[in-house]
Design a protein around this ligand. Structure first.
Ligand code: MG
Length: 148
């Protein structure tokens, strides 16, 4: 502590601890990745972390809802077909909650799930992304919903 106090402000700003706190408090956006596939969650987490997101995971809609109620993320990456609670049921349940801030929802689908897109948007999703997605695609979708 005594050492920190002897640093000038510019020197303090260059310390790792300051940079970490600054990123964490001011810049890092949060994303909840909801998918029953562990592989998909890991891929999404990796991409999002390179985009400087703080990432949380849920493996079904029920867990995702609990996570949103405990602490709403900035954005939810949402799978459609999941056990326990589907993406659609999650959207409906989220809509019925009284969250102070509604997270943006990016719905993830496969080519076979194209028919779900309209239903997802009608149920409150903001955007969709096709699986498998890459970093550029996900980044552009997050920009579209205003999270970047
Ligand atoms: Mg699934």
């Amino acid at each position: 502590m005594a050492r920190l106090l002897t640093l000038s402000l510019p020197a303090l700003c260059e310390t790792w601890a300051f940079q970490y706190a600054y990123d964490k408090v001011i810049w890092m956006k949060s994303c909840l990745v909801v998918d029953d596939s562990k592989v998909i969650r890991q891929v999404a987490r990796h991409i999002l972390e390179t985009l400087r997101f703080e990432v949380r995971e849920a493996c079904d809609g029920r867990q995702a809802l609990d996570s949103c109620i405990a602490s709403p993320p900035d954005v939810v990456l949402l799978d459609w077909n999941m056990p326990v609670m589907s993406g659609m049921d999650f959207l409906r349940a989220l809509h019925a909650t009284d969250l102070p801030k509604r997270p943006k929802i990016v719905f993830c689908t496969t080519e076979n799930g194209m028919a779900h897109i309209r239903a997802a948007i009608e149920a409150g999703a903001d955007e969709y992304v096709m699986k498998p997605f890459d970093r550029e695609t996900l980044e552009s979708k997050l920009q579209i919903v205003g999270i970047d």
